[in-house]
Design a protein around this ligand. Structure first.
Ligand SMILES: [Zn+2]
Length: 309
């Protein structure tokens, strides 16, 4: 009798200890403070595209950090103790440029890995295939129940060790997959200005840049980023200059501004990749470039999210 009682007490004691360890671990993860200089704030809803992206990745905290003069992705990564790839992928910054503009919001994850922005038309198995990670891992790490509950414009966490380099053939696989139904870059050229807050090059006042500027020589062909119907093809007096607007359905439209020449007509059906005009500097432009916009239900979106990268 004594022996059984002792065993019982011991079991209860063990269960209590384990419960306490569990509670302490949870509390530590939940309330651990970050020893960083700029006291970043925790975000769960991110409006960097004026489109609320809900980040619900289990056991990952996302910090919003305001960049200061001299900051680089490398220095921020070092400061926060995470990989450069983790930060770059979360911020959709695949460009080779390392320096950041001051006062730019940078999202910093608490966990290493790749944060993949889901492109329209890309499903979970395509991501799993491109990063050579099992679907089961992705489902578990992202708390998704099935491929069906996988949403476009959300962020998928890919565990470390699966980074897709641009030289990697798997990168090309993903790029093609995204191209199947996604948007393509409408002109070859370098991105001279990104979507978001900036100083207007003409008025020198802060403004919200509603598109992406791609610098290219005057006369470079501009193609439709996705198939659709031309709903505007004329000179716009509000600064866009020669402008083409294409309606892609599902509430999505794309705009191509400052063209030197328009090569399509209103109500014309265009295919993805079809030439619609030539690069110019009509309207409010400081040099030849394409101002490219994507709007969802009238709200400007970051085109980089929609383009295969
Ligand atoms: Zn622009």
């Amino acid at each position: 009798m004594k022996g059984i009682e002792r065993k019982l007490y011991f079991s209860v004691f063990l269960i209590l200890i384990l419960t306490w360890i569990g509670i302490f671990r949870w509390a530590y993860e939940r309330f651990k403070t970050t020893p960083f200089l700029s006291s970043p704030s925790v975000v769960s809803h991110v409006g960097i595209n004026q489109y609320p992206v809900v980040i619900k990745i289990p056991r990952v905290t996302i910090y919003a950090y305001m960049s200061r003069p001299g900051d680089t992705f490398q220095s921020i990564a070092h400061q926060f103790g995470v990989s450069v790839q983790a930060i770059r992928s979360l911020n959709h910054a695949n460009a080779s440029r390392d320096h950041l503009k001051p006062s730019k919001m940078v999202l910093v994850p608490s966990k290493n890995g790749i944060y993949y922005w889901v492109q329209p038309g890309v499903n979970l198995s395509a991501v799993a295939h491109a990063y050579q990670v099992s679907i089961k891992t992705l489902l578990l790490d992202n708390h998704i129940r099935s491929n069906a509950s996988f949403q476009s414009r959300s962020i998928i966490y890919i565990p470390p060790g699966h980074y897709l380099s641009k030289k990697n053939p798997r990168w090309i696989v993903l790029k093609h997959l995204a191209h199947e139904t996604g948007f393509i870059k409408p002109v070859s050229g370098w991105i001279s200005d990104e979507f978001g807050e900036r100083i207007d090059p003409i008025t020198q006042l802060p403004e919200f840049h509603e598109g992406l500027d791609i610098a290219a020589d005057e006369g470079t062909p501009v193609v439709a980023a996705q198939k659709g119907i031309v709903i505007f093809a004329a000179f716009d007096h509000w600064g866009y200059g020669n402008l083409v607007i294409i309606d892609h359905g599902h509430g999505l439209i794309s705009k191509y501004a400052h063209l030197s020449k328009i090569l399509v007509k209103k109500y014309q059906l265009v295919q993805r990749g079809q030439v619609i005009g030539l690069v110019g500097e009509t309207g409010d432009a400081t040099g030849p470039h394409l101002h490219f916009e994507i709007r969802l239900n009238g709200i400007p979106q970051d085109p980089l999210i929609y383009l295969a990268h």
